[in-house]
Design a protein around this ligand. Structure first.
Ligand code: BES
Ligand code: ZN
Ligand code: ZN
Length: 510
C-alpha cells in the first residue's frame, strides 16, 4: 500500500494519533501553550489536555524547537488517544528545505509509534506560513519519511512499519490547497520510485530492470491507456543506430545495454522538453579501475536515469501541457578482456569521434548518444541531462547543491526560481569554451578527459558538443545529491533529488 496525504475540513471525530505543530517563541522559552502566542492549534485542545501538555512540556523541556517532539495522552473527551507535538522552530525562518525535512521527520516519528495512519490538526494556518510552499514541501518530505527501502536484513524488516495515510485537518480547505497536496503526492511517489531504483543493489537494478520499470510505466491502468509511450532499443537496434558511446562503455559488461525512451506527447504544437538520464547501473571505472572507497557507492551511478524515470511517472499522472520525453541510455561500466581501453576511439550517434583516455569518464560517453539522439529526433525547446557525472562537482558543492551548467540565462533563471521554492538546491557553474581547450584530441574530434582542474565544467562543455542547439541545453550534475540531501535529512540513502525540481520546471514553462 502506498502512502498518501489528504486534506479535510474541521477536526476528526476520532483518531488514535493526532499531530500538532508548535512553534518556539522568539526567546525559545517553553511557554508555548501558556502564552498561546505562536502555538499553531490551541483552540481545539480541551483544557484538560492543554494543562497536562504544558506540564509535560515544562518537565521534558519541550520548547517547540525544530524537530523536537513530545507525546501527550489525550483526555476522556478528546478526539485522540495520543497527541504528538512537533516543534517547527522559529516559524518565520522556515524554508522549503526544512519543511521537507519536517515532513520526513514527522513520518519517522509516526513510524516509531507504529501507527498506520494519523491526523495532523492545523485548525488555522499560521499567517507566517505560505500554505502552498508548506503543503508541497511538507508532503514531499512526508513521502520520503514514509518510504523505507525493503532492506535485506531480517532485523531491519522486523522494524519496518508502513504508514499509509496522513490526513491534514484545516479550518477551511480551498481548492488550491487540495491541488497542491495532490500534486505533491504525485511528486512524492515519483521521488520514491527514484529512491527505490537508486537504493537497489546493482545486481538487481540492471539495465534490463530499468527498461522493465519504464515499460511498466507505459502500461495501461485498467481501461485507460497510459499517456506514456515507452520504447526500448535492444543491443541490436543500438548497433544499427551506431551509438558508439553506449556500445563502447558496454564492452566490458556481460549484460546487454538498453536505450529507453519514455514519450509523453501533449500536443504537436506544444513546446517539448527532453530529459536524458545517466544510466550506469554500476561504475567500476572500467580498466581505469576505481579504488574501493570510490567504487563502494557506484550502484548509485544510475541516479540520473532513476530521476528521469521518477519524473516521467509524475508526468504520466500530472499530464502537463507540454511534450516531455525521458531518455535513458543504460549499461554497466566494467573491466575485463572485452572492455574498452584507454586510447580507443569511439564514434558517437551524431558521428563525432571521441578518444577515450580514461574509461572512468564513461557517463559523458553514453550521455553523448542520449543527448544527440534526443536533440536530433525531437528538436526540443529544452534539453536537459541529469547525471551523477563528476567527483569534481561533489568537490565543489558537496552534498548541498547540484551543479547546473547552461549558456541560457533565461533557462537558468527559471530553474533557479523553481529551485528556490523546492527542497532541491542548485548552483550555477560555467561552461565557457576555455574548459574545452584541454579536451581537443590529436586523433579525434574530442577526448573524454582534459586536465585536472574544473572537471565539472569540462564535463558540461563536453556534453554541449552533442546538442544541435547548445542554447537550449542545461546540464545538471547530481553526483553529490542523488544520496543524502537536503541537510538535516540525515539519511545516506537515495534522496529523490531532482524530481520536484524538474516537475516544477515543467509546470513553469508549460
Ligand atoms: N560516476 C562517476 C562520478 C561520481 C563520483 C559520482 C562520485 C558520484 C560520486 C564518474 O563516472 C567518474 O568516475 N568521473 C570521473 C571523471 C574523471 C575521470 C575525469 C571523476 O569524477 O573522477
Ligand atoms: Zn566513472
Ligand atoms: Zn560514472
Amino acid at each position: 500500500m502506498t502512502f498518501s496525504v489528504a486534506l479535510k475540513k474541521g477536526t476528526p471525530k476520532q483518531t488514535d494519533l493526532a499531530v500538532f505543530f508548535a512553534a518556539s517563541n522568539v526567546d525559545n522559552s517553553h511557554k508555548i501553550i501558556a502564552s498561546k502566542k505562536k502555538f499553531v492549534a490551541p483552540t481545539i485542545l480541551t483544557s484538560c489536555v492543554l494543562k497536562s501538555a504544558s506540564k509535560t512540556f515544562e518537565k521534558l523541556g519541550f520548547t517547540g524547537g525544530m524537530h523536537e517532539k513530545c507525546l501527550v495522552p489525550g483526555c476522556e473527551n478528546d478526539f485522540f488517544n495520543k497527541a504528538m507535538f512537533i516543534g517547527l522552530g522559529k516559524i518565520d525562518v522556515l524554508n522549503p528545505r526544512n519543511l521537507h525535512v519536517l515532513g520526513m521527520r514527522t513520518l519517522q516519528y509516526v513510524k516509531e509509534l507504529r501507527a498506520s495512519d494519523f491526523s495532523i490538526i492545523f485548525d488555522k494556518m499560521p499567517a507566517e506560513l505560505d500554505p502552498n510552499l508548506f503543503f508541497e514541501n511538507f508532503v514531499i518530505g512526508a513521502h520520503r519519511g514514509a518510504y523505507s527501502f525493503n532492506r535485506k536484513s531480517a532485523d531491519a524488516q522486523k522494524m519496518m512499519t508502513n504508514v499509509n495515510k496522513c490526513t491534514i485537518y484545516l479550518e477551511s480547505v480551498p481548492m488550491k490547497f487540495k491541488k497542491t497536496v495532490a500534486k505533491a503526492d504525485i511528486i512524492g511517489l515519483g521521488a520514491n520510485l527514484t529512491r527505490d531504483l537508486i537504493n537497489m543493489p546493482a545486481a538487481e537494478a540492471t539495465p534490463k530492470k530499468l527498461a522493465d520499470v519504464a515499460l511498466e510505466l507505459g502500461k495501461a491502468k485498467g481501461d485507460t491507456p497510459s499517456p506514456l509511450k515507452v520504447t526500448v532499443f535492444d543491443k541490436k537496434k543500438i548497433q544499427q543506430l551506431k551509438m558508439g558511446g553506449l556500445l563502447g562503455v558496454n564492452q566490458g559488461s556481460h549484460k546487454p545495454p538498453y536505450f529507453i525512451i519514455m514519450d509523453y506527447q501533449y500536443k504537436k504544437t506544444a513546446p517539448t522538453i527532453v530529459l536524458v538520464g545517466k544510466g550506469i547501473t554500476f561504475d567500476s571505472g572500467g580498466l581505469n579501475v576505481k579504488e574501493w572507497m570510490g567504487m563502494s557507492s557506484m550502484k548509485t551511478d544510475m541516479g540520473g536515469a532513476a530521476t528521469v524515470i521518477g519524473i516521467m511517472q509524475a508526468v504520466r499522472d500530472l499530464k502537463p501541457r507540454m511534450n516531455v520525453v525521458g531518455i535513458v541510455p543504460a549499461t554497466e561500466n566494467l573491466s575485463g578482456a572485452n572492455a574498452y581501453m584507454p586510447g580507443d576511439v569511439l564514434t558517437m550517434y551524431n558521428k563525432k569521434t571521441v578518444e577515450v583516455l580514461n574509461t572512468d569518464a564513461e557517463g559523458r560517453l553514453i550521455l553523448a548518444d542520449g543527448i544527440s539522439y534526443g536533440s536530433q529526433k525531437y528538436k526540443p525547446d529544452y534539453l536537459f541531462d541529469l547525471a551523477t557525472l563528476t567527483g569534481a562537482c561533489v568537490m565543489a558543492l558537496g552534498g548541498n547543491a547540484a551543479g547546473v551548467m547552461t549558456e541560457n540565462d533565461e533557462y537558468w533563471n527559471k530553474l533557479n526560481d523553481v529551485a528556490d521554492e523546492s527542497a532541491d538546491r542548485i548552483w550555477r557553474l560555467p561552461i565557457w569554451d576555455e574548459y574545452g581547450e584541454p579536451m581537443k584530441s590529436r586523433i579525434a574530434d574530442l577526448q573524454n578527459v582534459g586536465g585536472r582542474w574544473g572537471g565539472a565544467s569540462a564535463a558540461g562543455w563536453f556534453l554541449k558538443n552533442f546538442t544541435n542547439e547548445p542554447k537550449n541545453y542545461v546540464h545538471v550534475d547530481i553526483a553529490g545529491m542523488a544520496t543524502g540531501a537536503p541537510k538535516g535529512s540525515g539519511a545516506g540513502d537515495a534522496s529523490g533529488f531532482g524530481v520536484q525540481l524538474m516537475v516544477k520546471f515543467i509546470e513553469s514553462v508549460q
